[in-house]
Design a protein around this ligand. Structure first.
Ligand SMILES: [Zn+2]
Length: 448
């Protein structure tokens, strides 16, 4: 059976991930993501109203025109997890394919939200929920399987397309976490089985984000302990404490909520995406928040919550807000600019349970946001975080588990592929033979 891979997006950047695998006449698409930095750089761009081709030209969504080079029918569109660089283009591209969108239940809920806020296209693809460990047939000869992985969002999976020529494992995005906070550990046992059963692994497509960092990525429980230590250190402070983290990082938000209670403060979630992600997780029973936890997204209800905090005393609350990257319209940035009823005073604490995404737009915006907070006397606690991506030894362990015949580095640009390529070469792979370093818009024929 012919096996061909199209590297559509996310092979020249971190963002707008999209890859297609053709097995004979059947095609499966993995991820359809948005490159948010290409959007944020323009002021007041409303992607909801924009046409796909304009977004492609901006470099914001994958240029899927290469799909016309693949001869076959798309049988499924499979987002691996709910981060925008993996689902953010579904509302712009999925309607072009007559195929269901298949994802884990949490991911599908988030996809539903994306589709509902879309204003340009009507996306009517079926939405199919499949749990980790589940399988579904693709055409007559192939099968799609979800393997549970750990990442900085719940409900992450690595999809595997089992073909008569071996398994194609799509490895974006994960950390090898054996002690995560809300979920089960990564299912390494299944990866090891897939590496050894049948024809083994024909191809592994790997997330190279942190390939250049030595050792292993620490577990989420490490970030949790760090956070607990910081929170307890400010327990006796009788002024304002504010925390921010990734809205989609439900495990971290849940730890923040828990530690707020531990130090005698009432947690409140503020900001549109904070309300959306945590609200979704709570409705689905994926997280156990206290019954009285307030979540506010709309401007008026946020302002009302802030006024209550100011009336009842800042020392009684922990606002958990959006804006960890200094995004101009996010809550923390607005607080820094004095645009909310919350007064930041000399000595107030701001806890960033996130690190800056190393990208110039983020770095600049985060710097500005921190300066605004500091100018009012805020004390900043930075980098209380662990990455959601594998480092070098995690990559090595994945290669040991899967023993793939072919490797395709992804989720980076050419410079970001270099450390992974070095590791792969040390394990006997060779560029041009079985190690396929590539860019956006290419196809790689693995089996003719
Ligand atoms: Zn991710």
């Amino acid at each position: 059976m012919e096996i061909e891979i199209a590297t559509i997006g996310g092979y020249e950047e971190v963002g707008r991930q999209m890859t297609a695998v053709r097995a004979g006449d059947d095609i499966v698409i993995f991820d359809m993501g948005l490159n948010l930095s290409q959007v944020l750089i323009h002021d007041n761009v409303e992607t909801e109203k924009m046409h796909s081709l304009d977004l492609i030209d901006m470099g914001a969504i994958p240029d899927d025109r290469v799909m016309s080079d693949l001869e076959g029918d798309v049988k499924a569109i499979v987002p691996t997890h709910g981060h925008l660089d993996h689902i953010g283009a579904i509302s712009k591209l999925a309607h072009r394919y007559d195929a269901p969108i298949v994802g884990s239940p949490f991911t599908i809920e988030l996809v539903k939200g994306e589709i509902e806020s879309e204003q340009k296209f009507g996306v009517e693809n079926d939405l199919v929920k499949m749990e980790a460990g589940g399988t579904m047939p693709i055409g007559d000869d192939c099968e799609l399987e979800f393997v549970h992985v750990t990442h900085s969002i719940i409900g992450a999976i690595n999809p595997v397309l089992h073909t008569p020529e071996g398994a194609v494992v799509y490895g974006l995005d994960k950390r090898m976490d054996h002690d995560p906070v809300l979920e089960d550990p990564i299912d390494m046992e299944r990866f090891r089985e897939i590496g050894r059963e049948g024809e083994g692994v024909l191809c592994y497509i790997e997330d190279c984000t942190n390939a250049g960092k030595k050792g292993r990525t620490p577990s989420e429980s490490t970030a949790r302990r760090h956070l607990e230590d910081v929170m307890k250190s400010v327990e006796d402070y009788d002024g304002g404490i504010i925390a921010t983290t990734f809205s989609s990082h439900i495990s971290r938000v849940s730890s923040l909520v828990e530690f707020a209670k531990d130090i005698g403060r009432e947690p409140i979630l503020l900001g549109r995406s904070m309300e959306r992600y945590s609200g979704t997780a709570e409705r689905m029973g994926r997280v156990n928040f206290p019954d009285d936890l307030g979540m506010f997204g709309h401007r008026k209800s946020v302002d009302r919550a802030f006024k209550r905090v100011m009336n009842e005393g800042k020392e009684n609350f922990l606002p958990i807000v959006t804006g960890h990257q200094g995004e101009p319209r996010a809550m923390l940035t607005r607080m820094g600019r004095g645009e909310t009823p919350y007064d930041i005073e000399d000595g107030d604490k701001v806890i960033f349970s996130a690190s800056v995404i190393p990208e110039p737009t983020n770095e600049g915006q985060r710097y500005q946001s921190e300066q605004l907070l500091r100018m009012q006397g805020a004390r900043i606690y930075d980098d209380i975080h662990v990455s959601g991506h594998l480092r070098e030894e995690g990559h090595y362990q994945m290669l040991q588990a899967l023993q793939p015949q072919h490797l395709i580095p992804a989720h980076q640009d050419m410079a970001g592929f270099a450390p992974y390529t070095k590791l792969a070469k040390s394990q006997g792979y060779k560029v041009g033979r079985d190690l396929h370093v590539t860019e956006n818009g290419n196809t790689i024929q693995l089996v003719e």
